[in-house]
Design a protein around this ligand. Structure first.
Ligand SMILES: Cc1cc2nc3c(=O)[nH]c(=O)nc-3n(C[C@H](O)[C@H](O)[C@H](O)COP(=O)(O)OP(=O)(O)OC[C@H]3O[C@@H](n4cnc5c(N)ncnc54)[C@H](O)[C@@H]3O)c2cc1C
Length: 402
């Protein structure tokens, strides 16, 4: 599709990429699309589907083979995310494969890697990440869940909210206050397994979109967690989160791109079939201009997202680049899906139509993973930092020349 207007996507050119793309598309058509409406009603994708994804090798593709992963690079994860969203299949795979698994690989002990990663790759263990709390979302440092040091274990009390995969998961990687040092230094990441006494969840939230992705509250009441479940070093949780957030934000950009691409394809199909005033909707100049604009937007953001994906593969993606990817791709997704929905007329407002679902799902991309306002804060801080550094360097040069 769009071969005349799409700039060749260098990162996806290999035979392996082409094979994975074809395999995941066929798999989703067979295993996800016929069931997706039912899963939306259940507000979650069943574990059996995760396991089927695992059997096909579509989970944790970039984890090393010794830990059960595919041994591929991040571009394969990106491809899976793009394809799932392109087909309108929305579930917490990014949280599982692209957020939780990398934390474990990058900071976990050998024992933790061997325990969690192989089963995450097969879908036998589903992971979630618990940062947000009822009174700490954007302001993460304000989190209150406490992990009290009891010698050989932590005693955890508190709650988390809006947790993707929270209901279906087998464990949460939970940001807790271990109460040493500054608010920032007092945060640690701790694995809390679902079967521990005192760990309960709320019912999945009734969301306006992305209904197949379960999102719920988690509650911890005197949960005893062995010390060996600490991820990395105590008090380093905030630093770990900051270093992993660029990847999380890029994955949101990739999903936004995938969704916009899928909706654009469906809209092209629809407008050529639907007729009004004895002509197809596609014959109206307004339709042509709107779709030209949408295709151009998708193309421009695809180029930027692909570049960021390549940077992530090389472990060179910066916080600011990832924030730009998340900010702009999610805005683009909102705009493109909205324009496309309009071209469906009344049908665009009906849940049965994928464009209606995509419209509702698109909204959250501007909220989670750090809101778009927080992305702007990060970008502007970087902008001014660069400006002042350049100014200082100029002043130094001028004084050394004088
Ligand atoms: C479907 C869904 C899935 C999610 N999944 C997860 C998950 O798996 N794990 C997890 O930990 N969290 C998850 N979240 C939580 C999400 O990351 C937070 O909702 C988000 O970070 C915003 O926090 P908040 O909702 O508390 O909003 P608030 O922080 O209360 O913000 C409210 C408004 O104020 C604005 N605002 C806040 N601070 C500033 C500022 N300094 N300058 C300007 N504006 C500001 C915000 O941009 C926003 O518009 C999920 C959320 C949703 C909706």
């Amino acid at each position: 599709m769009f071969s005349d207007i799409t700039i060749k996507r260098d990162i996806y050119q290999s035979d392996e990429h082409q094979m994975v793309q074809q395999a995941v598309t066929e798999f989703l058509k067979k295993e996800a699309l016929p069931n997706y409406e039912k899963w939306e009603g259940q507000k979650m994708v069943p574990k059996s589907f995760w396991q089927k994804m695992g059997q096909q090798g579509f989970l944790c593709m970039d984890m090393p083979e010794i830990y059960g992963g595919g041994g591929f690079d991040f571009s394969f994860n990106a491809l899976i995310l793009e394809e799932t969203r392109k087909m309108g299949v929305d579930f917490g795979i990014a949280v599982h494969s692209d957020i939780v698994a990398p934390y474990i690989l990058n900071y976990g002990t050998e024992k933790q890697k061997k325990h969690y990663l192989p089963k995450m790759a097969t879908g036998d263990l589903i992971g979630s990440i618990g940062m947000s709390e009822p009174s700490a979302g954007s302001d993460l440092k304000a989190l209150k869940t406490v992990a009290k040091d009891m010698g050989d274990h932590y005693l955890i009390n508190g709650s988390k909210t809006f947790i993707t995969n929270g209901y279906v998961c087998d464990f949460v990687l939970c940001a807790c206050r271990t109460n040493k040092g500054t608010p920032e230094e007092g945060i640690s990441l701790i694995f809390i397994d679902k079967d521990l006494d005192g760990f309960t969840t709320g019912q999945p939230f009734d969301k306006i979109g992305a209904k197949g992705q379960d999102t719920c509250e988690l509650f911890f009441e005197d949960v005893k967690v062995p010390k060996e479940k600490l991820l990395g070093a105590e008090g380093m949780g905030f630093k770990y989160m900051m270093s992993e957030l660029p990847r999380e934000r890029l994955t949101i950009g990739i999903e936004s791109l995938g969704s916009a691409m899928g909706v654009l394809e469906k809209t092209l199909e629809y407008v050529t079939e639907r007729r009004a005033f004895k002509q197809s909707i596609a014959d109206f100049q307004n339709t042509q201009f709107k779709l030209a604009d949408c295709a151009a937007e998708v193309q421009v953001y695809q180029t930027y997202i692909d570049r960021c994906t390549a940077l992530q593969v090389a472990h060179e993606l910066t916080t600011i680049q990832a924030s730009i990817a998340k900010l702009k791709a999610s805005e683009m997704q909102g705009k493109v899906v909205d324009e496309c929905l309009q071209l469906f007329g009344g049908y665009g407002y009906i849940w049965e139509y994928e464009v209606a679902r995509a419209y509702a799902a698109a909204r959250v991309a501007r909220i989670y993973g750090g809101t778009n306002e927080i992305m702007k804060l990060i970008i502007s801080r970087g902008l001014f930092r660069e400006y002042y550094l350049a100014k200082k360097a100029k002043a130094r040069m001028a004084s050394s020349e004088a």
